[in-house]
Each structure stands twice: as C-alpha cells, then as structure tokens.
Write a protein that binds this ligand. Structure first.
Ligand SMILES: C[S@@+](CC[C@H](N)C(=O)[O-])C[C@H]1O[C@@H](n2cnc3c(N)ncnc32)[C@H](O)[C@@H]1O
Length: 609
C-alpha cells in the first residue's frame, strides 16, 4: 500500500487541441444516472517505502531506482529532487514482446570444457535460450492514458528551465505529440528530432521505415542549449556553395587537425548508426540506444553537474553517458534486468551511485511480462478461455459452481493496480452484466485497495444479479514467485571455491526449452540442439559478489566477478583475458555472498564462520 499520495503538478495547458477518445485519468462513473468524474490524478502520485539495496563507489546523489516511473517521481517529489533534463524511451506500443538471450556459461569444473573454451568461441556456438524482458502490447487508449500519467508525473519533478526528450516512433508518436502539447504547451514544443539509421530489413513494397522521432519540450524559454558542443560536419561542396548565401549559419572550426574545416550549427535530422553487434558499448539489452545519440542530447541540453533522468532507462545508456559527461544521473526501470545491466555498466565506467528499491508491494518475478506469465500458472486451476471477454484473465472450472471468471490486474499498466470504486463499478455494472447467465461467481484479484469497506458497500448497494464476488490479494501469490537459488562452496585461505549451484527456476526453464527442441526435432527429423547442465551447475552463474563490510542491510560489493557469455571474467568491473576457474579471491573476510544467475535472479546468503 502506498504511504501517501504526493500531488502531481496537475495543470495541463488550456486552449490546446486535445485527443478526446481516451479518458485520461478521469474515469467516469456511469451508474445509476450518476456521471461523477473520478479523477485518479487528483489522488496524486503513489509514494511507497524505499530501501537502499546497494551503494556502489563513493557516497553520491546518483540514483538507480527499481520501480515504476510514477512511484520514482513520487519519491523524487517527496525528497525535493528536481531534474534538469529528462530523456525517455518508453515502450512504443509496438505490439511486440522484447526478449533477452540468456547464454549458458562454460562449466569451469570440467577440464574438457575449459580446453574447448580456450579456442576462440563463436557466439553462435553458445547454448542459449530466450527470456521475455518487457511487453509492449497495448491498445491505444490504455497506452495514452498510461503515458498521460507518466508525463504528468515527470513534469512534476522537472526544474524550472528543464527540457524533456521523448523518444518514440511511427506506432504512437503522433498521438503522444498531441498529448505533450496538452501537458507541456505547444509554445514549449521546441522541436521534433529525426533519428535516422539504416538498420533493419528492407522491402520493395513500400518506403522502408528508418527513423525514430524524438519530441523535445522545455518548461521555459530559458532552457539550456549548447549549440557549440554539438556542431555538425558540413559536406564540403555544400559548405562552399552556401558559404556566401548563409554565412551567418556557418562557424569556423578551430580544430587544428582538420584545418579550417567548416562546421554547421546543429539540425534536427541526425544520422547515427544503431549499435553494431561487436560494439564495446553493447549490453545485450534489446532496444538499447547508442551512446552517441544520448551524448548529443546531454551535451546540447545540460551542463556539468546538472541532473539527467531517464525513467525508462533500459540498458542504462542515459546514466552512463551522463556520468561520462560529468552530469548527475537518475536511472529508473521496472525490470530487474535493466537494473542489473545498468549497475554493471556503471560499475565498469567507475560511476558512484545508490540502488533504491521501491517497495510497491508487487514482488515482481524479474519483470511485469514474466510475472504475468507466471501468475497464470500460479493461480490454482486458472485456464485461459476464449469464451469469456478479454477483461477476464481466464476461468477456474469448479465442480459445483461451474466456470468462475477471474480478473487479474495488468502489471504493465499501473492504473489497474488499485481496486477502487471506479474499477469495482466497471466490474459490477459492466463486465458482470455481460457474462453468461450460468456464471455463479467471479474472482477479482487486486494489488491495493484504498478502502475495503467502501468496495464492500459498493458491491452490496449496486450488485443487481445473483452472483458472488470474491476479492483476493494478488500479493500473496506474487510472494510465492520467488524461490532462492542455492550455492555451495568452501573457503581455503583467501579464496572461495564454488562447489555447486542449484537454480530450480533455471532448470525448469531449460527443461521447457529442451522439450520444445525435442518436439521440433520430431517434426523436422533433425538432431535436437539440447542444453545440458552439469551436476555442479556452475554454468548457470553470471555474477558473484562478496560483502566484507556488513552481514545485513545495504549491500557493499567489496569483491566481485562477473562471467561474460564466453566464460571470461570481469573482476570488480574490469575485463580480464582469462576464463573463470570457479573461484573468487578476497582480501578481507567475506560476511555475505550474492549470486546472480544467468537470467538475473539474485540470491544472498550469510557466510558462516
Ligand atoms: C525501450 S526500453 C528503453 C531502452 C533504453 N533507452 C536503452 O537504450 O537501453 C523501455 C524500458 O521501459 C521499461 N518500463 C516499462 N514500463 C515501465 C514503467 N512503468 N516504469 C519504468 N520503466 C518501465 C522497460 O522495462 C524497458 O526497459
């Protein structure tokens, strides 16, 4: 449950053309001739308790926040933290689920395997499987409503002269532009930037889509813009031709190495290549944007020491570039893989920061998509059935009551998290009335209820059909989704030797993968490409960290090794050219050990004497 609701800066700009086919946060109660408008935004931004889980490097103001954009903004607003520049690259409503390739490492315990890995390994040869990272399938209205709340929340924590860049593409960009006019004001619209790239397949059937769109707004005319730090190369012939005509727009470049080559003031069409598979900045986070893109934005729209925030941070590109350019950063993301990828990336870059976990009661299993998938299996008896409306997640077949439709909130869309009068009204007065007469009972899962009595009274006063409504707390099921991995080890002088690593969640995942491969092999007649895991299971480890500072509370990684997908180690963020040998050395006595498996699940245990 939220501790309280922090007010949004909730004024939109009057007089703008607005989209009228979605409800924004105004959700209308249409029942019993009552057209009362219930504004969720009036309630404010949900502020939850937070926990600092790790401090990396020196004490600093830089933050990596695990949680939703809305609750991260509530945290910042409550702590009077204002940001000077925002870049967001939110889900685009692309209709796709984004996956991460999980690479099984080499088992250092098996001598033969070590020998094999000494030869240059091709990534193609590595054993891997896919895991969903985040889902991006929305209907337009739900997406716009969600985006409206996020943008209103972000506006609430922007400093007086701050700018915001919102990165989208053809799927939803034009709608969001209108929404942004409403929120930030058309007069504060600075420009639409075209990020042009050549990546992706091409077809002869139509113009190939090769650009994304970035909308830039500022809160005042006094926004920061450093044109001279983002000058563009001008093609020589064009420069010569236009020199006389447009003299004012050309600047002499003092760069000695290139002579007096002319540079031009920056424009709004940027050709920047997408990240090449071999690029050192590549992190394997799908949808990762190139550092060069962020470098341009941050250099132009901020100065050293300013705070740069990205609330849909993904691979951590904004935080990384901000840190390189001596700005402060705030990275927020809802998925654990983003937080881990960013943490490791920032650690390697020598950044100092705090990791904060927002305790919103939703114990996510890695990320919202994977949690939703898992829930379908965890709710006893739940089966997805086409016969009920899409509002219901599925049905439970009960021997006495027959089909029981089950409603589960969508973890991707925070507006469905709270069971309030608006939602129960929708259920009682709309959704239940559409059900078949044979239905005797429905089950409603919720995450938060603001006022249980209000909901019970509402049901009593409004339910006109003979049907039972059972309310169940989804958090109880979510708590069951996490089962820790087990590491066994022994210590000899200043070295910890990992003996075995058992991860039931990964083994189950790999079993599922192998089953799929076997059935594909049956239909194709080809030998299945199976993943085999040794008894020791060390090939399922991605990172080991030792805390030599404290036995509980905030994590201090005093010594850590990360194993890359080829089996090479990264020690305390620095890449090495040798393979992992199944050990980790330390100088001070370790008190706790943290292990991260290749899917990103982390387990902590105390090291006993
Ligand atoms: C397109 S990706 C961002 C990629 C990033 N710009 C990069 O270059 O790596 C969108 C991210 O938004 C995150 N996300 C989705 N819904 C969110 C929410 N409500 N709050 C915070 N993050 C969210 C997803 O986990 C995903 O990492």
């Amino acid at each position: 449950m939220a501790i309280k609701y922090v007010p949004y800066f909730k004024d939109t700009i009057s007089g703008q053309a607005i989209l009228d086919n979605f409800t924004r946060t105004k959700r209308i109660l249409k029942y019993a001739d009552n057209n009362k408008v219930n504004e969720r935004i009036e309630r404010g931004l949900p502020l939850y308790e937070t926990e600092v889980t790790e401090i990396v490097g020196e004490e600093s103001d830089n933050l990596v926040i695990r949680g939703e954009c809305l609750s991260a903004c509530a945290y910042l607003k409550e702590n009077n933290i204002k940001v000077d520049l925002v870049y967001i690259d939110p889900p685009f409503a692309s209709g796709a689920d984004y996956a991460k390739t999980v690479y099984v490492r080499r088992n250092p315990k098996v001598a033969k395997a070590i020998k094999e890995t000494e030869q240059t390994l091709d990534i193609e040869e590595l054993k891997s499987f896919e895991e969903k990272m985040y889902g991006d399938i929305w209907n337009k209205e739900a997406y716009l409503n969600w985006m409206y709340e996020n943008l209103m929340a972000i506006k609430s924590i922007m400093s007086e002269n701050a700018s915001i860049y919102v990165h989208l593409d053809w799927h939803i960009g034009h709608y969001v532009k209108i929404l942004m006019d409403e929120i930030f004001g058309e007069d504060n619209f600075i420009n639409e930037i075209i990020w042009h790239y050549s990546w992706g397949i091409r077809t002869e059937k139509q113009w190939n889509k090769k650009h994304d769109t970035i909308y830039m707004y500022s809160l005042s005319d006094n926004f920061c813009f450093n044109a001279s730090s983002v000058l563009e190369e001008r093609k020589k012939s064009e420069a010569t031709e236009n020199r006389l005509k447009y003299k004012g727009a050309l600047i002499k470049d003092g760069n000695k190495g290139r002579g007096n080559q002319e540079k031009a003031l920056p424009t709004d069409v940027w050709y920047i290549a997408t990240i090449n598979g071999m690029a050192t900045e590549k992190t394997d986070y799908s949808t990762q944007k190139p550092e060069e893109l962020l470098e341009r934005i941050i250099k132009a729209s901020s100065n050293e020491g300013m705070i740069i925030a990205d609330f849909f941070g993904g691979s951590g590109v904004t935080a990384k570039v901000a840190n390189d350019l001596k700005r402060k950063f705030i990275h927020c993301d809802i998925g654990i893989n983003s937080i881990e990828t960013t943490r490791d990336r920032l650690l390697s870059a020598g950044a100092s920061f705090k990791i904060i976990d927002i305790k919103d009661g939703v114990n996510l299993y890695r990320n919202p998509v994977q949690t939703m998938e898992k829930l379908d299996k965890l709710i006893p008896g739940l089966v997805n059935e086409d016969s009920v409306d899409e509002f219901w997640e599925g049905v439970i077949n009960d021997s006495t009551l027959g089909k029981i439709p089950v409603y589960v909130p969508n973890l991707m869309d925070s507006s469905t998290k709270i069971l309030d009068v608006v939602l129960i009204n929708k259920i009682v007065n709309q959704e239940i009335t559409k059900l078949d007469d044979s239905i005797k009972k429905v089950i409603i899962y919720y995450i938060d209820i603001i006022d249980r009595k209000e909901i019970d009274d509402f049901i009593k006063d409004n339910l006109r059909i003979d049907i039972e409504i059972e309310l169940r707390d989804l958090k109880e099921i979510l708590n069951e989704t996490v089962v820790n991995d087990v590491i066994e080890y022994h210590i000899e002088s200043n070295k910890l030797f990992v003996d075995t690593f058992i991860s039931d969640r990964l083994i189950r995942k790999i079993d599922e993968y192998n089953e799929k491969m076997n059935s594909q092999a049956l239909s194709t007649g080809k030998k299945p490409n199976l993943i085999e895991i040794s008894n020791e299971g060390l090939e399922l480890i991605e990172l080991i960290s030792l805390d030599c500072t404290s036995k509980d509370g905030i994590w201090h990684s005093d010594q850590e090794i990360k194993i890359d997908k080829l089996g090479y180690v990264i020690v305390n963020g620095a890449k090495k050219d040798y393979l992992w040998d199944g050990t980790i050395s330390f100088n001070e006595k370790p008190l706790r050990i943290k292990v991260r498996n290749i899917s990103g699940d982390e387990s902590i245990s105390i090291i006993n004497d």
